[in-house]
Write a protein that binds this ligand. Structure first.
Ligand SMILES: Cc1ncc(COP(=O)(O)O)c(C=O)c1O
Length: 362
């Protein structure tokens, strides 16, 4: 038998991640509402910092990200020595799996949890374990019941994607206290910035040496195109992750833009308020059309239809009107569409298109 190169265990079980589509054949005036991007874009200060950093492209970037970590630490009142920066929070998720899970180990994620938890787990050769949610809400009891002595990581996103739901601080604290001491609880805060006065669970990190938080510049900060995220955790864990991190994983342009973005607190607050305003308008209009959605704490809403066929038909109607939203059948929600909260004009276009759809399908 011919010998050929074989990838490591788990790699061929990975289904390729599918990003939100950005174009529609035959449409020029397309609105992309499929990737939870900030419709207002990044802070003007971030764009300016990016541009001025581009004059030094011949220079290698800083390896320790000190300036960016200091800025994050200042704004979020965190110790910069406990922060690690990565190529999106995806990279931090991947470091966690590589460092703490391998063949024979289990990594828990919830029923409708973010796809990268499973992908990074398989890439590390470990076994993803899915636990049920309670009507699209993270179920702490189900997670605790799913823990075994093989559990090495537990991922929850709070708020969750693609559901937009969130659990309260007491529930997260109960989870942190209940998981095996040899496992790490990862609090994915990609959407934490959209919640008023919420620290993403950072307070729990002071109390436990096995809790880590991940955050991103891709959502509220409007820098999805630049790929910058960060993690915060006990020093011992951050030290482990830094050993896996490439020395030049972030460019100076990325770091300059992110530093300026995080320091522009006024712009960040403006974006958060705008999102909350448009989101409540969108939800109220969807409800008026008889389309159900859970209370969302993020920058998207999950619209629920009676069945998968109706959701697909609604998606086609939106596409006909130049609107790209996200079908979430891959997240075990075939009767739902995830719609990013866009600017006012985009939200209005969504409602006009869905009114047309409802008119045709009563
Ligand atoms: C829940 C959640 N976590 C993490 C990420 C990764 O974001 P990024 O790698 O852009 O920081 C996303 C992106 O959609 C997400 O929805």
């Amino acid at each position: 038998m011919a010998v050929k190169p074989e990838p490591q265990v788990g790699i061929m079980d990975i289904a390729l991640y599918e990003g939100g589509h950005a174009t529609l054949d035959g449409h020029t005036d397309v609105v992309k509402l499929s990737s939870n991007e900030n419709p207002l874009g990044p802070s003007p200060a971030a764009i300016q910092a990016f541009q001025s950093a581009s004059s030094q492209l011949n220079r290698y970037p800083s390896t320790d990200h000190a300036e960016l970590r200091d800025a994050i630490g200042k704004v979020f009142d965190l110790d910069p020595a406990q922060i690690i920066c990565g190529v999106g929070s995806d990279e931090i998720i991947s470091f966690l799996c590589q460092a703490y899970a391998g063949p024979g180990d289990e990594v828990i994620h919830t029923e409708h949890g973010f796809a990268m938890y499973r992908i990074s787990t398989l890439a590390a050769g470990a076994t993803p374990v899915e636990v049920t949610e309670n009507n699209r809400v993270t179920d702490v009891d189900a997670i605790l019941a799913g823990c075994t002595d093989k559990t090495k990581l537990v991922f929850i996103a709070n708020p969750n994607n693609p559901t937009g739901t969130m659990i309260g601080g007491n529930e997260v604290a109960r989870l942190a206290a209940g998981i095996p001491k040899g496992a790490i609880l990862v609090l994915d805060g990609a959407y934490a910035d959209f919640v008023d006065d919420f620290d993403g669970g950072a307070d729990l990190i002071a109390q436990h040496d096995n809790v880590v938080m991940t955050r991103t510049f891709s959502k509220l900060y409007g820098l999805g195109g630049l790929r910058i995220g960060w993690g915060y955790g006990p020093k011992a864990i951050i030290d482990v992750l830094n050993r896996l991190r490439g020395p030049f994983n972030l460019s100076e342009t990325q770091m300059a833009a992110a530093t300026a973005a995080v320091l522009d607190v006024e712009y960040t607050n403006h974006c958060r308020q705008e999102n909350a305003r448009q989101r409540s308008w969108l939800i109220s209009q969807l409800c008026a059309l008889g389309i159900l959605c859970d209370a969302s704490h993020a920058n998207f809403v999950l619209a629920r239809f009676s069945d998968a066929e109706t959701a697909t038909a609604a998606d086609l109607c939106l596409q006909k009107n130049g609107l790209i939203v996200r079908g979430v059948a891959g997240y075990k929600l075939p009767n739902c569409l995830r719609i990013t909260v866009g600017d006012q004009a985009s939200c209005e276009r969504v409602i006009v298109a869905l009114k047309e759809f409802k008119g045709q399908n009563q």
